[in-house]
Ligand binder design. Structure first.
Ligand SMILES: [Zn+2]
Length: 400
């Protein structure tokens, strides 16, 4: 209720007060340097708790934030997105600054598109929609299920997805609900179901499977994109899973990949980032130290030791913060950790099949009506854009 209240107040003040400015978050900027620039008391930063410090480390260069000024040109409020679901809300009431994490309110617009492949799925989707993030999501969805090299000109691609709209403007990573590729008269479907991609037979598409980064550790905090803390009455997402373990416990790479970052990352402390196949990325934070042989740009194998558990950054006790991202959007790491059963069975299977039946009829009616994509002039992103996947076959040209 309180959150809703804040939102309403904010929107009202936004609509009626003096001036709103929009800026892009600078490369290399941290919340601390940002506060210095806008002459905001630094205590506001130092008083953040550890979860807030983790979250504010997720602000992405290039993201657009809003500043609200009153009639006397005094800075009153600031909104900075962290991911698609949350934002930092800073309020200045007569020199008293406060900061809270609040949800982004948005609506989901159902979108469908039918494309006859001309160049490659990636290029054709970007041309039709202006959304490279949608194209990346599609590649992630089909990888492991379809060989894009076998596509031919005029093969059919259908996507059923949701586009987030905020204050009338499209933003964020679209959610692909279902997609179908038709080549050589063979239809291949993928369905997003509980954040994982499945084929028609309820079998998971094995595009990325992880191992647990620390053996035998207890999970002390789970993943949530939009968790509301019922006791503290605060909104508190957590972009990863915390494993508590003694200082010095070896941390292993959750999958094969390439080290893309090794260093200090604000509230995350000593952090390693690994880019994996198909647009996936993992991060390992609060490390006590790194494995000395692990260097930026180095390829590493699954289960290779990359560092050691610690409590660097702002952390209450030694633990590993482990994050998983698909196309830079945080997703729940636990759903991708290798399990025996990759097939949906029993009651869940019936639910799944009901869902796919509905999705398939949306796909077929889109083809019948030859639905063209909505091409937005500009889409605002809250993630770092990766123009290409690590294996680079995103632009694989189709043949005649
Ligand atoms: Zn954490």
């Amino acid at each position: 209720m309180r959150i809703l209240f804040i939102l309403i107040i904010f929107i009202i003040t936004f609509l009626y007060s003096a001036e709103i400015k929009e800026n892009k978050w600078r490369n290399g900027e941290t919340l601390l340097t940002f506060f210095k620039r806008y002459k905001i008391p630094l205590n506001l930063y130092y008083n953040l708790d550890k979860e807030e410090q983790e979250l504010v480390s997720e602000i992405v260069a290039g993201v657009e934030y809003q500043l609200l000024y009153d009639e006397d040109d005094k800075l009153e409020q600031i909104l900075i997105p962290i991911g698609d679901e949350s934002q930092i809300h800073i309020v200045n009431s007569d020199g008293n600054y406060s900061l809270s994490i609040i949800p982004i309110s948005y609506i989901q617009k159902n979108e469908r598109l039918v494309i006859n492949i001309k160049n490659s799925p990636y290029i054709d989707i970007v041309r039709a929609t202006n959304s490279s993030v949608l194209a990346n999501e599609l590649l992630s969805a089909f990888k492991g299920g379809v060989n894009f090299k076998n596509l031919k000109k005029n093969d059919t691609l259908v996507i059923v997805y949701n586009q987030k709209i905020r204050l009338g403007r499209p933003f964020g990573t679209p959610q692909i609900k279902a997609s179908m590729l038709k080549t050589n008269n063979k239809e291949t479907f993928v369905f997003l179901y509980e954040d994982k991609y499945y084929d028609e037979d309820a079998k998971e598409i094995e595009n990325f499977l992880l191992t647990t980064p620390v053996t035998g550790a207890r999970i002390s905090s789970t993943f949530s994109l939009n968790r509301y803390h019922p006791v503290l009455k605060i909104y508190r997402p957590h972009f990863g899973v915390d494993y508590s373990a003694p200082v010095g416990t070896p941390v292993k790479a959750a999958g094969d990949g390439k080290i893309t970052f090794r260093g200090v990352k604000n509230g995350y402390g000593n952090t390693i980032e690994i880019a994996h196949m198909n647009g996936y990325k993992t991060i390992y934070a609060h490390l006590n130290s790194f494995n000395k042989s692990i260097k930026d740009g180095r390829f590493i194998k699954k289960e290779q030791v990359i560092g050691y558990v610690g409590s660097t950054g702002l952390s209450s006790g030694p633990h590993l913060h482990f994050g998983l991202y698909r196309n830079n959007k945080p997703i729940n790491p636990l759903i991708s950790i290798k399990v025996e059963n990759l097939l949906i069975t029993g009651k869940d299977r019936e639910k799944f099949l009901d869902y796919t039946k509905q999705m398939k009829s949306e796909v077929y009616s889109a083809i019948a009506d030859n639905i063209k994509a909505t091409k937005y002039e500009r889409i605002e992103y809250h993630v770092k854009l990766n123009e290409q996947h690590i294996n680079k076959d995103y632009s694989t040209k189709v043949h005649n």
